[in-house]
Ligand binder design. Structure first.
Ligand code: AMP
Length: 157
């Protein structure tokens, strides 16, 4: 359990730390890898969500997954990129969160991931929560905690 006061203050910023789907770069599962390669290279993010045509979340694709698919027996073979689809190489074992997950779950999951995918109950992609955005809320919380709550040291060291 995390401190209720900390949780309340972080939750005040909840609307700020979700980056909504319309602002998140994505590719479709049936896009070819050359398209995904261009998108990732242009936007400068190393990993982005993969969706189906109905906006369901399907997985994540990164530049390294794409470059690995270029490796052939005789070195790098970029011709694979126009033949293979994103669904063939994307990562599918991805933790997702929804409105049932609290801040504690999100904090735990963000230890190992730079961002978390948020979906609704039908697995429709809602947006992402990045470590960066959550850090802004934690920064707010540590500055506000003693202004808004009485924090008492229970045991001196
Ligand atoms: P940040 O914490 O802002 O550095 O973002 C962490 C990761 O989240 C990035 O490396 C991307 O993989 C992903 N990400 C952040 N913002 C976006 C976005 N607008 N579109 C797609 N992916 C994003």
């Amino acid at each position: 359990m995390i401190a209720k006061s900390a949780e309340a203050l972080i939750n005040e910023q909840k609307s700020h730390f979700l980056i909504p789907a319309e602002r998140v770069a994505n590719v479709f599962e049936n896009n070819h890898l050359d398209h995904a390669f261009l998108v990732l290279t242009k936007i400068g993010y190393s990993k982005i969500p993969v969706l189906d045509k109905n906006q369901h979340f399907k997985g994540l694709i990164s530049l390294s997954m794409i470059t690995e698919s270029m490796l052939g027996l005789n070195g790098i073979d970029p011709s694979n990129l126009s033949k293979r689809q994103v669904a063939e190489v994307m990562q599918i074992d991805v933790p997702v969160v929804n409105k049932e997950n609290d801040i504690e779950d999100i904090l735990h999951l963000l230890i190992d991931q730079p961002f978390l995918v948020v979906v609704n109950s039908d697995n429709v992609f809602i947006g992402i929560i990045t470590r960066r955005e959550l850090m802004k809320s934690i920064n707010y919380m540590v500055h506000e905690l003693e202004k808004q709550y009485d924090v008492i040291l229970k045991k001196s060291k």
